[in-house]
Design a protein around this ligand. Structure first.
Ligand code: P6P
Length: 337
């Protein structure tokens, strides 16, 4: 009889000792994310049946129409993490400024800050395409016992202590890292437990899938245009297959399993690109590097970029190491022309 799969709770306990801050706080924080994921998953899965789809009638700081599920997911993750009395601050795509959590922590003793994109790809909600939640966790850098400041959030991605995503797809998965590899857990909705289904996830060094919105082709930098043409040429294992879901978490997840590259470059329409450094690119970059992949802005390692503001955007190229390096080669060649 096959060995029963480990639950996420068992995995967290078993691996707690491997985490240098073994006070158990990070484990409790991951557990709070697990709970919020189950609650949001329940709503996402029945979105077509109740009046929770559609714009919430408001727009977020990005100027994007807030979908009701965006607002719901944002509220649930913030509530759940606040209740666990572990987090001293939260930043969210859906919140203009960071939130100082001192409801039960009047002495500001909590040590972690969390940055989240509560429902990435939300424009896909109404058409029943996968969406995801992305989270990034740091230890605060300002003195414990004082209210958090923006400096606690504007940390380079190489200082993350944990990062992950939940993908609400044909099955719901929680995939995360604490700096010791990447592990994927699949939710069994019948009993509400996540089970270790994808241990030690690794990007294949090479792949044959490229993910980019080719509708923006004419606005791309020359290096990206040249790389896309390279992907489409008849040579060796090319032409590659183009797959673009319009949901970063889904495109990333598929590429990590099958091998591939995801690109959201800057363009004449988006001078800095579209994706946000702090709660999209940095967590996905941490996961990519922990899974033997790579993530850059076309020239520089994403996790070495020094953030200057909460919602800043960067160009993002991420996936199988050899594919990202080939794209960077085209970017450098175009720059030197
Ligand atoms: P476009 C969703 O809004 C998102 O942030 C990513 O999940 C996705 O990959 C990208 O934007 C899609 O953007 O401009 O191609 O529709």
């Amino acid at each position: 009889m096959s060995k029963s799969k480990q639950t996420l709770g068992e995995f967290i306990i078993e691996n707690q000792a491997s985490f240098k801050y073994t006070s158990g706080e990070l484990s409790r924080l991951i557990n709070s994310i697990r709970l919020a994921a189950k609650v949001v998953n329940h709503e996402v899965n029945k979105a077509g049946l109740v009046d929770i789809i559609g714009a919430a009638g408001d727009t977020n700081i990005q100027g994007e129409d807030q979908q009701k599920l965006d607002v719901y997911a944002n509220t649930k993750f913030i509530q759940t993490m606040t209740k666990r009395n572990i987090v001293c601050g939260i930043a969210s795509e859906e919140e203009d400024d960071f939130i100082s959590i001192n409801s039960q922590d009047e002495n500001h003793q909590n040590k972690y800050v969390v940055l989240i994109d509560p429902l990435d790809g939300s424009s896909n909600i109404d058409v029943n395409v996968s969406v995801g939640t992305i989270f990034s966790i740091y230890r605060r850098i300002t003195p414990v016992g004082t209210p958090v400041t923006i400096d606690d959030f504007l940390q380079q991605g190489n200082r993350q202590v944990a990062a992950g995503y939940i993908v609400y797809g044909t099955s719901t998965m929680l995939v995360y890292t604490t700096g010791h590899g990447v592990n994927g857990f699949t939710l069994n909705p019948a009993i509400g437990s996540f089970y270790l289904s994808h241990p030690d996830m690794q990007f294949p060094e090479d792949g044959t899938i490229y993910s980019v919105n080719e509708g923006n082709y004419i606005h791309f930098p020359k290096g990206i245009k040249n790389y896309i043409k390279y992907c489409q040429m008849e040579e060796g294992d090319r032409p590659y297959t183009s797959r673009y879901i319009g949901s970063l978490v889904s495109d990333f997840h598929r590429n990590m399993i099958k091998g591939g590259i995801y690109m959201y470059p800057k363009s004449s329409k988006n001078e800095k690109g579209k994706l946000r450094l702090l709660y999209e690119c940095n967590p996905m970059a941490f996961l990519a590097e922990q899974a033997n992949g790579k993530a850059s802005d076309g020239f520089k390692r994403i996790m070495d970029i020094q953030p200057t503001e909460l919602h800043e955007r960067v160009p993002f190229i991420c996936g199988s190491k050899n594919m990202v390096e080939k794209a960077e080669e085209f970017m450098r060649a175009a720059e030197s022309e």
